[in-house]
Write a protein that binds this ligand. Structure first.
Ligand SMILES: *Cc1c(COP(=O)(O)O)cnc(C)c1O
Length: 385
């Protein structure tokens, strides 16, 4: 029986596959090395940087969920981004969105400064800018949808089609939605990647990454590089991330239910100037979200009335929300992109990307909704005093 349902795929990964002891849950294989059967007689695994059973199971499971061929587990999400850069030479051009994850922005701009490739930074919803960038015949185009922290959406299918016409590879950062809500490979992308630190692990206790390719060939090239440069993830982290993955669909369900209520609450609050949430009909990307996502996710951002002083008062008066970077864990987190996640970007670049001093980002957790709303209500009331 071939199973396609994501809830079942996530739960059944590695279950009852242990031929040796019949362990129901797949064990953690911590051994760094594997004995050969005899002279020049290798088993499936020989050395854990190259391949490890626990990591392989996690990678195969994500590849299955993303409907791709090869899943490569990396030590961090940034390692997955860096792995993609191994495909580039100094003659190649890369196109990235102006509002991509701060760490990705920093990596691409600094590697470009060192001459490792040419870089074009654009707003991918600006048709002219996209056409001009593609006229340069880029080797790689990075898409991040929804973007961080303003939840801007890019039509993955349409942009990918245009990229393929000029021979560019398309890599999509799917961290904000997870395979439970968006499947970029089915929309045409060549590579999808995640910071598994976020929704996939979901418990804020692992830093990790994963990358899935549509074709076997590209997957083998990148797996070769992952072993060569030594950025593969650990067995222990793979075990934890796989355990987290089992509840991904049910966590996402609760995250989304809560996020919808938080977004509506903020929209109607007098201390809030604007709310960025793709679930709203007046959000610029709402139609794209409806088309390519199976839910609106649980990330949102908003502008607090009164600028940075009001933001500080809001943070000082919250008790359920934790002021911290990161996202996608079961607990609700709040952050100030300008001084936190996007601090690696020059202020001018931040403003160009729409990141103001009064912008606040929330990762809505799965706590009881009334407690979440009460905390926000109290914080916002104090912020306006
Ligand atoms: C966190 C994050 C990354 C980087 O992942 P790490 O695990 O922190 O290295 C990349 N993209 C997005 C959208 C992220 O949120």
């Amino acid at each position: 029986m071939s199973i396609k349902n994501i809830n079942t795929l996530a739960v059944t990964a590695g279950i009852n596959k242990d031929a040796h002891h019949g362990a129901v849950v797949a064990p953690i294989h911590l051994s760094s090395t594997y004995a050969l059967k005899g002279f020049n007689e290798k088993r499936q695994f020989d050395y854990s940087r190259t391949g490890n059973p626990t990591r392989a199971l996690f990678g195969e499971t994500i590849a299955e969920l993303e409907q791709g061929s090869v899943g490569i587990v990396t030590g961090t999400g940034m390692a997955a981004v860096h792995l993609i850069c191994q495909l580039l030479t100094p003659e190649d051009t890369v196109v990235i969105p102006h509002d991509c994850y701060g760490g990705s922005f920093r990596l691409f701009t600094h590697l470009a400064k060192r001459g490792q490739f040419k870089l074009i930074v654009i707003d991918q919803n600006d048709q002219q800018a996209l056409t001009d960038a593609l006229a340069q015949k880029p080797k790689l185009v990075l898409i991040e949808s929804p973007s961080n922290p303003l939840l801007r959406l890019v039509d993955i299918e349409e942009v990918t089609k245009a990229c393929h016409e000029v021979g560019a590879l398309v890599a999509v950062d799917n961290t904000f939605l997870s395979p439970a809500l968006q499947l970029p490979l089915t929309l045409g992308a060549d590579i999808v990647f995640h910071s598994t630190t976020k929704y996939i692990n979901g418990h804020s206790d692992v830093v990790g990454g994963v990358l899935v390719t549509k074709t076997q060939e590209l997957g083998e090239t990148l797996a070769w590089w992952a072993n060569c440069i030594g950025i593969t993830g650990s067995a222990f982290d793979s075990f934890l991330a796989l355990r987290g993955l089992k509840t991904l669909p049910v966590r996402i369900k609760q995250h989304q239910e809560n996020a919808l209520q938080v977004a509506s609450f903020l929209k109607n609050h007098s201390g809030v100037d604007a709310v960025y949430f793709p679930g709203f009909e007046d959000h610029a990307g709402h139609q794209i979200a409806k088309k390519q996502q199976s839910g609106y996710g649980s990330m949102l951002s908003f502008e607090v009335k009164g600028g940075v002083e009001a933001v500080k008062k809001l943070f000082d008066n919250l008790s359920l929300f934790t002021l911290a970077q990161s996202l996608g864990g079961v607990e609700s987190l709040i952050s100030h992109p300008s001084t936190m996640t996007h601090a690696g970007m020059e202020i001018a670049d931040q403003l160009e990307a729409g990141i103001t001093q009064s912008l606040v980002r929330i990762s809505v957790g799965i706590e009881f909704i009334d407690d979440i709303l009460a905390d926000l209500a109290h914080g916002l009331e104090q912020s306006q005093k």
